[in-house]
Write a protein that binds this ligand. Structure first.
Ligand SMILES: *Cc1c(COP(=O)(O)O)cnc(C)c1O
Length: 440
């Protein structure tokens, strides 16, 4: 046996040829596999592991490791459209559609005729079926892209008329006024923070008006001495002036949602006379990230012709998932929104029976800049706050809320069929926290 233990470290070519290591090529690139092999050899060279343990170290580093780093999360926060957790979870129908579209697919091809076809025709048709008030529809990458495209194509370097009560920041420093002016359009602010009148708009309408924009103040409310001008009131003056009226709804509701009476719906805005409506695909619509534009055929055509439309076009996966969301069963976002508090209480109490902890009243939220200030009555299981960290780093990862010195698990956004996995995750987290097995 050699005096230098490092000489016993298996050679790279031997390790790469080992069946377990070679099998990893099914899911990981050669570059990644070589990196893992080299890492284990390095550790052995530094004396951190024995030379004999190198193969085992590589096996465990490769073990079940997916090529991507995004991990599935059980959202136990009660926040339905959780931006940090990827907003809307897709319905099973949308997930299946993603799988089907992942390879070659007829996204821009007519299989019957054997010729090129309109891109995303299926998703467009599904939108028009779900919102018959719209003459045409266009799908881009996200709501922000839809707004930038609309104001750029309709206003160019002319003015976008917008109420001072709607100069909003959506999140993480994303300010709509800055987005609008970033492509050259000029902002013509009218009214005041709390009150804007029809006369403020009509006084601003003129030859340099590109469009009038109404923005739903999704994530905050102005209350008290306030007034705003409804789309229905603006429609007449805009039509007379020959200026398009654009309504940015944010949320993506196509039809009114009884649980959220203050949330505007696309169908109503179009009926009220908006020429163009903008919405996100992954908020209350419950689909993939997308920017949805619905409205008059002539306006949609102007947008689709603009060079920016190509830079913002939705990919095949988005189109597939959006169409399936629209044509499939109620998506998880709306299911979570409409959840019966008694059913939630029953599930939470059952979990408390099995795990211990206290059943407490807990309000869910719409989140994602929708349904501001609308509480969703519900329940949570209150556990030791120290569990939050091992829950987050466990498998499955569970994200809970820590408040009032409790780790709160809200089941609203956890699919009922995952309750057993959630229970197991809590047990594992307790063991990691306290291997001696004390109940927390
Ligand atoms: C969320 C939101 C946007 C941005 O949409 P994204 O899909 O997040 O890009 C724009 N306007 C309003 C009113 C919104 O609520």
């Amino acid at each position: 046996m050699s005096a230098d233990p490092r000489r016993r470290i298996p050679r790279t070519d031997h390790l790469l040829a080992h069946p377990d290591v070679a099998a990893a090529a099914q899911v990981l690139s050669e570059h990644v596999v070589r990196g893992i092999v080299r890492g284990a050899q390095e550790r052995a060279r530094r004396g951190e592991i024995a030379a004999e343990a190198v193969l085992e170290e590589i096996r465990s580093a490769l073990g079940g490791r997916p090529a991507g780093s995004l991990r599935p999360v059980l959202n136990a926060t009660g926040v339905i459209v959780h931006t940090n957790l990827g907003r809307a979870p897709l319905s099973p129908a949308a997930r299946a559609a993603l799988q089907d579209a992942a390879g070659y697919t007829d996204v821009e091809f007519d299989l019957a005729a054997g010729v090129r076809s309109r891109r995303g025709a299926g998703a467009r048709a599904a939108l028009l079926a779900a919102c018959p008030e719209a003459e045409d529809a266009l799908i881009v990458n996200n709501g922000a892209a839809a707004l930038a495209l609309a104001t750029t194509a309709l206003a160019g370097t002319d003015e976008v008329i917008l109420s001072r009560g709607e100069l909003i920041e959506i999140g993480a420093g994303f300010r709509l006024p800055e987005l609008i002016t970033s492509t050259g359009a000029r902002l013509r602010e009218v009214g005041t923070t709390n009150r804007t009148h029809l006369a403020d708009y009509t006084a601003a309408l003129g030859p340099s008006t590109g469009c009038v924009l109404r923005v739903h103040t999704s994530n905050y409310r102005v209350i008290g001495f306030t007034s705003e001008v409804a789309v229905a009131e603006l429609a007449g003056p805009c039509r007379e002036a020959g200026v398009p009226l654009v309504a940015d709804l944010g949320s993506g509701l196509l039809e009114p949602e009884p649980r959220l009476p203050a949330e505007p719906a696309a169908a109503a805005a179009l009926r009220d006379g908006a020429d163009l409506v903008i919405a996100s695909g992954d908020k209350l619509l419950g689909g993939p990230q997308a920017g949805i534009l619905l409205g008059r055929a002539e306006i949609i055509a102007r947008l689709a012709r603009h060079p920016l439309a190509r830079a913002m076009r939705a990919d095949k996966l988005t189109l597939a998932a959006l169409e399936a969301t629209l044509r499939g069963p109620v998506p998880p976002v709306l299911e979570a929104l409409r959840l019966d508090p008694d059913a939630l209480r029953e599930r939470t109490a059952a979990l408390a029976d099995r795990l211990g902890g206290r059943l407490v009243a807990h309000e869910g939220r719409v989140g994602g800049g929708g349904g501001a200030e609308v509480p969703l009555p519900g329940w949570a299981l209150a556990l030791d706050p120290a569990l939050a960290a091992p829950l987050r780093t466990g498998d499955p990862a569970v994200v809970a809320t820590v408040r009032d010195d409790c780790c709160l698990l809200d089941l609203r956004c956890v699919p009922a069929e995952e309750d057993a996995r959630l229970e197991a995750a809590v047990r594992t987290a307790r063991t990691r926290l306290d291997p001696a097995g004390a109940q927390r």
